[in-house]
Structure formats: structure tokens, C-alpha cells
Design a protein around this ligand. Structure first.
Ligand SMILES: NC(=O)c1ccc[n+]([C@@H]2O[C@H](COP(=O)([O-])OP(=O)(O)OC[C@H]3O[C@@H](n4cnc5c(N)ncnc54)[C@H](O)[C@@H]3O)[C@@H](O)[C@H]2O)c1
Length: 264
């Protein structure tokens, strides 16, 4: 056999490869979550946004340039187990399936360690880690029953080293997200569910602008090998790839997307 005779092309790479898939994106009303909602919907997925802010289905569809039946939006705090449960139950009742879960909701207060109160510590862990845990637990049964699922969790450069802008609670939370990701990847890979994390560096979102205002974001990024701030859509393209059939052999990964920030 020659080298080229053994080549097998991927089955789907036509731009509409999420047609028929149903996705949930937490934190999908802003920044990288919103960009991910766009990237999934444009590939054909129906997306339910779960966020404190509810942009509304009509506004969301028009902003994303997709048909209204491709999106749904529910105001929910990802730490509220009961509200989450009813949002997932109603989506499953309407669509009878859930294929993709993206956990992008997060907060990153830049409080110095000595000033972090117990309440703030718990809130940061609750939104970033507990919310991710709750959504994974609600999504997994539907994915396992169809033997196909994709979970993408938002960690951060802070999950690999320490946060440059957020506090110690944020660093702790994003390390926790990586632990949860690896644990679930090992447990549910045999059921056809992949679980991965993305670890963005400095990305131009309302969160980053609030923590690093007035040119400090650009200044911090200027020392990177790619000396600029990242765009939300650049991260969303990675998330969308991880959600596709083509990424079936990637699980338990924590993928850097940071302009080369962590190169030693
Ligand atoms: N921007 C960056 O530079 C950067 C870098 C690394 C990781 N991250 C992570 O990426 C993810 C997305 O962040 P972003 O920069 O797009 O931020 P963003 O602030 O633009 O968006 C975050 C969204 O999460 C929602 N949210 C916050 N708390 C919530 C809660 N309790 N329940 C439901 N929704 C809630 C917000 O309403 C908002 O719409 C976060 O997990 C963040 O920690 C961001």
C-alpha cells in the first residue's frame, strides 16, 4: 500500500457540521460566551443561552444573524440549581436532546488576597466551579443516552499558572475547572462524551476591560509573542471545533489560546 492509499478524509467539514445539534452556552450573553453562541449557531446548532442577563430570543437571533428558532435565552444564575434544572428540563422537553454544553459563565474580581472576604471567595468558586459542576451533571444523562456529547469548560491562563488580573479565588477556581474537566473526560469518554477546557489569555471582553481598564489590557498583552489582545471570536472558533465530530479524539485537554503568553 502506498502512503496516500491509506488516507481517510474526515466525514464532515462543510461549515454546517453542527446541523441538528442542540447546545447550551452559559455566560452566552457577553464576551466569549456570546461569540461561542454565534459560532455554534452559524454551524447549524440550536443554542440555549443561560446567563444572568437575558438578551431575549428575538434580539439574540437578530444580533447573531440566525433564525429565531436557532436560539433560546433564559435568565438564570448558574449557581441556582433549581432554576438550572428547570431550564435544562424545558429544553429537553422541547428538543429531546442535548449534544453540546459550553460553560463560559464566570467572574474574576481583582481583589488582593488579604481583602477577599469569605463571601466573595465562595461566590467566585460558586460561579466558576460549582456552576460548571451543576451544568455538567444536568447535561450528561442526555449526552450519555445518545452516546454523543461535547462539553467545553472555560478555564484560563489562571488555571495553568496564576491570574494576572483576577484574584487568588479566581486562580483557584480555574485550576478547579481543569480538575473537573479531566475527571469527567476519563469517566465519560467510553460513553462518547468528550470533555475539554479552553484556557484563554487576555481576550477583549467586558470582563477583561473591567479588570484591566484604560490601556492596561493592551499593555499587558504587548509582551506576548503575538503582541496583542485576543478576540472573542478566536476563542469561539476553538470551542466550536471542539464541539464538532472532527474533534472526537480530543478529550481531557486544556488548550491554551493566549498569544504564546506561557512560552518559557
Ligand atoms: N476575558 C478574558 O481575558 C478571559 C481570560 C481567561 C478566561 N476567561 C473566562 O472566560 C469566560 C468568559 O468570560 P468573558 O471574558 O467572555 O466575560 P464576560 O464578562 O464578557 O461574560 C461572562 C458572562 O457570564 C455571565 N455570568 C456571570 N456570572 C453569572 C452567573 N452567576 N450565572 C450566569 N451567568 C453569569 C455574565 O452575565 C456575562 O454575560 C469566563 O469563565 C472567564 O473567567 C476570560
Amino acid at each position: 500500500m502506498t502512503a496516500t492509499e491509506g488516507f481517510r478524509a474526515p466525514t464532515t467539514a462543510d461549515g454546517r457540521e453542527l446541523e441538528g445539534r442542540v447546545a447550551v452556552v452559559t455566560g452566552g450573553a457577553s464576551g466569549m460566551g456570546l461569540a461561542t453562541t454565534y459560532a455554534l449557531a452559524r454551524r447549524g446548532a440550536t443554542v440555549m443561552v443561560l446567563d444572568l442577563a437575558d438578551p431575549g430570543r428575538t434580539a439574540l437571533a437578530s444580533m447573531l444573524g440566525v433564525e429565531e428558532d436557532r436560539v433560546r435565552s433564559v435568565a438564570v444564575d448558574v449557581t441556582d440549581a433549581d432554576r438550572l434544572q428547570s431550564a435544562f428540563a424545558s429544553l429537553l422537553k422541547e428538543r429531546s436532546r442535548l449534544d453540546i454544553l459550553v460553560n463560559a459563565a464566570g467572574i474574576a474580581p481583582p481583589t488582593p488576597f488579604e481583602d477577599i472576604t469569605a463571601d466573595e471567595w465562595n461566590r467566585v468558586l460558586a460561579v466558576n466551579v460549582h456552576g460548571t459542576f451543576l451544568c455538567c451533571q444536568l447535561a450528561l444523562p442526555a449526552m450519555r443516552s445518545r452516546r454523543w456529547g461535547r462539553i467545553v469548560n472555560f478555564s484560563s491562563t489562571a488555571g495553568k499558572t496564576i491570574s494576572t488580573a483576577g484574584g487568588a479565588h479566581y486562580t483557584t477556581a480555574k485550576h478547579g475547572v481543569l480538575g473537573l474537566t479531566r475527571h469527567l473526560a476519563k469517566a465519560y469518554g467510553p460513553d462518547g462524551v468528550t470533555v475539554n477546557a479552553v484556557c484563554p489569555g487576555l481576550i477583549d471582553t467586558p470582563m477583561a476591560r473591567s479588570v484591566l481598564p484604560d490601556g492596561t489590557l493592551e499593555q499587558a498583552a504587548s509582551t506576548f509573542p503575538i503582541p496583542r489582545v485576543g478576540e472573542p471570536w478566536e476563542v469561539a472558533e476553538l470551542v466550536a471545533f471542539l464541539a464538532c465530530d472532527r474533534a472526537a479524539y480530543i478529550t481531557g485537554a486544556a488548550i491554551d489560546i493566549n498569544g504564546g503568553d506561557l512560552i518559557a
